[in-house]
Design a protein. Structure first.
Length: 381
């Protein structure tokens, strides 16, 4: 696979020329179609043979390419600490003019998305990039020719066992772009630099350690999609190729199975994030997410709660709770007032009865006194 860093503008598509088929007689069109069918039938087996027999061009863009001399895709080298080896890379120039290229070695690295990448020339090279020695910093390849580029890989005696990765880069001279300005801003010029590389995988002899650690499983919702993220770190000394599956289970028992995107690889010491997307998540989610991580380091389980309720539903629930609490408070206040009123009535009734009894007794006594004080009258004869 080529490793390229290019920036270029696509040429504008030319407008199609006006067709002249309508001017041809019908018989001519029929004859041309028959000729085309015959040509396809005759050439199809030949073309199929050419496709099958074509060599692999995984690191060749059709104009320039670099590949191992004795392997089909990448260099695979095994060495002990302190040992060295020599090998050849083949650089191809498919153009009609000679080309001069920069030639240098760099370290390999894993991106956060799990892809393999070759470091920039300006980056500090601490492993393969500093252990490879090339004969020259630049090379010139004649037109339509191949050039053998020898190199020497020397492993330091202090190198620790394990897997390493790097590569050899061929880089074309910068192509000066057009200078543009917009809105009165400073002038901007975009230069194009094209790089291609061939990978070097190195294993330094010693005890292999396969170890993969993970962080907490997290998730984030955006619209109807939920993205789950599982951070990984290769804490061993071998290249790992992990895969992971995810089960999302709701509170009612429904389960959705997902697959995390598989990384190309994860180099020793590298960190990356695995991601899985739930495209149509439920409106309200109450459940759990369980991930199973599988690699040469073993199988690991990671779980996380998966609870999602839209904020406006939470606001409505809070308002309902407040409304119910207010209604309960008003009812309790009414009941309290009613009880106090009934108690006052209950206390007032006996008092009123006592007053009526006292008034009745006083009236009887007054009547008796009046009868005693009245003079006796003699009856007339």
């Amino acid at each position: 696979m080529p490793h390229r860093s290019t920036t270029a503008r696509r040429p504008a598509h030319a407008a199609p020329a006006e067709s002249s088929w309508n001017l041809r007689p019908a018989r001519t069109r029929v004859l041309l179609r028959l000729a085309l069918l015959v040509a396809v039938a005759v050439l199809a087996p030949v073309l199929a043979t050419l496709v099958v027999a074509a060599p692999a061009v995984a690191i060749d863009d059709g104009t320039l390419g670099i590949r191992p001399e004795l392997e089909s895709d990448f260099f695979h080298i095994n060495l002990a600490p302190g040992a060295a080896t020599e090998a050849n890379a083949i650089v191809s120039n498919h153009t009609d003019a000679p080309v001069t290229l920069l030639n240098y070695a760099v370290d390999g690295q894993s991106t956060e998305q799990g892809a393999f990448a070759l470091a920039a020339q300006a980056d500090a090279q601490t492993a393969v990039g500093s252990w490879v020695t090339l004969g020259a910093e630049s090379i010139t390849i004649p037109a339509n020719s191949d050039l053998t580029v020898p190199f020497r890989l020397s492993v330091p005696l202090t190198a620790t066992p394990g897997d390493y990765a790097g590569g050899i880069i061929i880089q074309s001279p910068p192509v000066q772009g057009e200078t543009t300005t917009s809105g009165g801003d400073a002038a901007l010029r975009l230069d194009v630099i094209q790089r291609q590389g061939v990978r070097i995988y190195l294993t330094v002899a010693g005890t292999a350690t396969t170890q993969l650690s993970h962080g907490a499983l997290s998730w984030e919702r955006s619209g109807d999609e939920v993205t789950f993220t599982l951070p990984l770190q290769n804490t061993g000394n071998t290249i790992l190729y992990p895969t992971a599956a995810l089960s999302v289970t709701s509170i009612i028992g429904a389960t959705t199975e997902l697959q995390f995107g598989a990384p190309e690889s994860i180099l020793p010491g590298a960190t990356l994030n695995l991601e899985a997307t739930l495209p149509q998540a439920a409106f309200i989610q109450l459940g759990s997410a369980d991930a199973e991580l599988v690699s040469d380091a073993g199988t690991q389980q990671v779980s996380a709660s998966f609870i999602y309720v839209p904020w406006w539903i939470i606001v409505i629930i809070l308002l309902l709770v407040l409304a119910i609490a207010f209604a309960v408070w008003r009812a309790a206040l009414f009941v309290g007032r009613a009880r106090r009123a009934l108690a006052q009535v209950a206390r007032a009734v006996p008092a009123a009865s006592d007053d009526l009894t006292d008034q009745a007794g006083n009236t009887t006594a007054d009547s008796a006194d009046s009868d005693a004080d009245a003079p006796l009258r003699r009856p007339r004869r």
